[in-house]
Design a protein around this ligand. Structure first.
Ligand code: MN
Length: 743
């Protein structure tokens, strides 16, 4: 256990002006508060907050953080109050303790949903003050170091959570050493056999590796020295977890694993980083594809370095990281570098001042705040967890807007992700893109340094299919929301029309207020939910009418499950005319036997399709009788139906006769947004032709130097056929959007 004076000494080593009195006071206060409490290991409980504080001194943190670390479990585990802490140790300390306390129970969760919800709470708590996260990470690190004392059943779960969330979070915050240690400790408990195997092999080679490291360090040092570059070189073998991951990823054995050594070269300035790189590349052969310039494009966590791998001395593959001392500080401390004790007397830290950004400018800070935005858009807890986990693990690519704004995205991101990262409106109106000045498909995977220009159209609603193309949580959430809103609005509209007609047939006047007043009796709180349910056919309009204007017959109202609003007796006329209709059977629904088949109709009933509306089999449709007894078929979403809203007597319920032998083609219209380049139209025609549809007509509705919007009239067999063609069109690189036009 660290003694009181040792802790103070450690702090004073990097911060001579530390408030020794307050540190001592916190030490005694926490020790008293925890009293005789014991940890699972049998140690006094106080040893835990003390170790946590000790870990934070290695990150050279300010007094408030160290004191908060000492006190971090007092509010949760003893009868200490936050108010008492505030009075004794001040606002700063009590705020940090409060943040840590809020998320304390994270360690006790098991269910996935709870874990997700807790991650949200964690992100919100730590976004207010980074020091909360630093204390929490140190707390987790100490708990992981002492995991062997936990009951076995809990170990794996805690280790898994650490590997899933805390280790990547530490990495995201730029705290590299902490990340590696958390990973190694998790690995040890999650895959004990693999852990043992890898560590034993590393141990067995320890001497050989140590010699090799010394030799390579010497050669690197000598090479740079020869050319007048002042340098520090240090090497080490990789940790068990990263060795194992490499074996897993490449499915190779330990013996085949060639690059388990990593070296760090620290040189005085940026220019020398590149000089050193040049020297190394001249002396040794490089491994292709391994050079990365994180100096010109830093990582999401502000990390900067040059990375390369060379076939070094003794034909050993070695990884090199080349950086300046300032970059090294960020690499070592990550966000903690922003809350370091700052020496105003121009001491050792003075040289870093120009480099160190303010915390709010740091990418880690921005990333965390993006997560908070995501939480505020109301994503479900589980989706949030999924996105966050994904994003935590992914490497970044850095792309630019035409004006040069840097947009950082997870590797694998598409221009659609880019558009949403710029702004939700840009994403929602995105129809195409240019990458480095050239038109490119929206599903292109972006590469580092790409300049991306998004082409927008206000008429655009993001296709739901994008949801499976994009990889960022922000884009996915926005697409889901936009298409949900659009689809829902459609159903509400249909539902309202159907309900209105049902009311009118009963001689009642429809009003939103009346329906709203009866909504709760129908199991809905909001009018729009209820209308959408009618529109989707989940709730019968007749039932709505019964609820608003209860029938006076007193007989029980029973609506068979599965009955759709469309069955709702729109066709009194049909019976009045004594016509014999037949309903085809669909999806097991019992239908009246006298429905109107729209194919194979009674010879004396002329039926035609509304030329403008393009109903295709699979659509929900209605028939409208005209004065001479002819029937015109419209899809239920056709705006043309509005003209007949006040003439319910003309409406006929019709269905597709899906069993009919006769095959007819049906007209439909597709709107295609495609690149303006030679051969585009030919490709579109090819997709349609090859898939057994006819093209009737093509009209350009918008022309632009980059893309065209066109309406394509096609003839298809049914809705499935139409959807397949739309899907195949979307898969074409030259097509940025394709959708059915429903009017
Ligand atoms: Mn704790």
């Amino acid at each position: 256990m660290i003694r009181q004076y040792q802790l103070v000494e450690r702090v004073q080593r990097y911060n001579p002006e530390a408030d020794e009195g307050l540190l001592n006071k916190a030490y005694v206060y926490a020790m008293k508060a925890h009293g005789s409490q014991k940890r699972a290991s049998g140690d006094p409980f106080f040893s835990h907050p003390l170790e946590v504080a000790g870990i934070l001194t290695e990150l050279r943190l300010d007094d408030a953080t160290i004191i908060a670390a000492l006190l971090h479990d007092t509010v949760e585990d003893t009868d200490t109050s936050l108010e008492d802490i505030r009075q004794r140790f001040g606002e700063d300390v009590s705020k940090i303790v409060e943040g840590v306390t809020k998320i304390e129970r994270l360690d006790l969760v098991s269910k996935r949903v709870e874990q997700a919800e807790n991650l949200r709470r964690l992100i919100i708590a730590v976004s207010e003050d980074f020091r909360v996260l630093l204390v929490k990470l140190a707390d987790r690190l100490h708990n992981m170091r002492t995991l062997e004392f936990m009951p076995e059943a809990k170990r794996a779960r805690i280790a898994e959570e650490t590997l899933d969330i805390y280790a990547p979070l530490a990495g995201r915050m730029g705290m590299h050493d902490m990340r590696e240690e958390l990973e190694d400790l998790s690995f040890r408990w999650l895959h004990p056999d693999a852990y043992r195997a890898v560590t034993e092999r590393l141990e067995a080679q320890k001497n050989r590796l140590a010699d090799l490291i010394t030799q390579i360090e010497g050669e690197l040092y000598g090479l740079l020295q020869e050319h007048g570059i002042k340098t520090e070189v240090s090497g080490r073998a990789k940790r068990a977890y990263s060795v194992w991951r490499k074996m897993e990823r490449k499915s190779i054995s330990f013996e085949q694993l060639s690059d388990i050594l990593g070296f760090r070269i620290i040189v005085p300035d940026v220019a020398m980083c590149y000089s050193a790189l040049g020297l190394v590349h001249t002396r040794w052969r490089t491994v292709p594809g391994r050079f990365k310039d994180y100096i010109s494009t830093p990582k999401q966590n502000d990390y900067q370095s040059l990375h390369t791998t060379v076939i070094g001395p003794g034909h050993q593959r070695v990884e090199l990281q080349i950086r300046t001392p300032e970059m090294h500080e960020v690499a070592e401390f990550g966000v903690a570098a922003h809350v370091l004790y700052k020496d105003t007397s121009n001491g050792a830290n003075g040289s870093c001042k120009g480099v160190r950004q303010s915390l709010k400018d740091s990418r880690a800070y921005q990333w965390l705040h993006q997560l908070v935005d995501l939480i505020e858009t109301g994503e479900s807890a589980e989706d949030f967890l999924e996105h966050t986990k994904l994003e935590l693990f992914q490497d970044q690519v850095f792309c630019f807007t035409p004006k040069g704004r840097l947009i950082a995205l997870p590797r694998g991101a598409t221009p659609i992700d880019f558009a949403y990262a710029v702004h939700t409106d840009v994403g929602n109106s995105c129809v195409g893109c240019k990458i480095n000045g050239k038109m490119a498909p929206l599903m292109t995977e972006l590469s580092n340094g790409d300049e991306v220009e998004i082409i927008r159209s206000d008429a655009q609603i993001p296709p739901a299919a994008w949801e499976s193309i994009v990889i960022t949580g922000k884009a996915r959430a926005a697409i889901r929301r936009a298409s949900r809103t659009a689809i829902r609005a459609q159903y509400v509209d249909i539902g309202r029309q159907i309900t209105k007609r049902t009311f009118e047939r009963r001689g009642k006047t429809y009003s939103d207020q009346d329906v709203q007043a009866s909504a709760s009796r129908l199991g809905h709180t909001h009018l729009e939910d209820l209308l959408a349910a009618v529109g989707r056919g989940e709730l019968s309009a007749r039932l709505v009418a019964d609820a608003v204007f209860p029938p006076d017959t007193g007989k029980e109202i029973q609506i068979p499950i599965g009955q759709t609003a469309g069955d709702d007796g729109w066709f009194g006329l049909r019976r009045a005319m004594g016509l014999k209709f037949r309903f085809p059977m669909t999806s097991g629904e019992k239908e009246p036997s006298d429905a109107l088949p729209i194919r194979g109709v009674e010879p004396n009933m002329p039926v035609r399709f509304s030329p403008g509306s393009g109903a295709v089999p699979g659509d929900r449709i209605v028939g409208i009788m005209n004065g001479s007894g002819a029937i015109t078929i419209y899809p239920i979403h056709s705006p043309e139906l509005r003209a007949f809203e006040d003439k319910p007597e003309l409406w006929l319920d019709v269905r597709w006769d899906t069993e009919s032998e006769r095959k007819n083609r049906f007209p439909a219209e597709i709107k295609v947004t495609a690149m303006n380049e030679p051969g585009t139209l030919a490709q579109i025609a090819q997709v349609i032709g090859e898939n057994g549809a006819n093209i009737d007509n093509v009209r350009m509705i918008a022309r632009n130097t980059d893309f065209h919007e066109m309406l394509v009239d096609v003839e298809v067999w049914d809705l499935k056929h139409l959807n397949r063609i739309i899907r195949l069109l979307r898969e074409r690189d030259v097509v940025s959007a394709a959708s059915r036009v429903s009017n």
